[in-house]
Structure formats: structure tokens, C-alpha cells
Ligand binder design. Structure first.
Ligand SMILES: [Zn+2]
Length: 54
């Protein structure tokens, strides 16, 4: 049974592939969160620019 457990996919980060208890390790989670925030900012910025455009 233990062998089967070993053969099964270990929990690793789907981003960096490092062993992690979660699908995405905290380091990558932070990174993604930061990128998402930046994207959000960009969208907001674009929206504002679009609104200002005639
Ligand atoms: Zn990671």
C-alpha cells in the first residue's frame, strides 16, 4: 500500500513543481496574487483611459 502511495503523485506546486501541501505553494501564490493585482490595476487603468477617450 505504501508503494502505491509513493507512486501516486505527490503534492507539488503546479507552478514551480516544488513539494507543497497545496496545489500552489505560498511563494507562487503570492506571485500570482501580485500579478493578478497588477492586472486588475491595468484593467482599471485601461477602463479609465477608455472612459477618458472620445
Ligand atoms: Zn510554487
Amino acid at each position: 500500500m505504501e508503494e502505491k502511495k509513493k507512486k501516486e503523485k505527490e503534492h507539488v506546486c503546479s507552478i514551480c513543481g516544488k513539494p507543497s501541501e497545496t496545489v500552489i505553494c505560498h511563494a507562487c501564490e503570492d506571485k500570482i496574487r501580485g500579478e493578478a493585482l497588477e492586472k486588475k490595476k491595468e484593467v482599471e487603468k485601461a477602463g479609465r483611459t477608455d472612459t477618458g477617450r472620445r
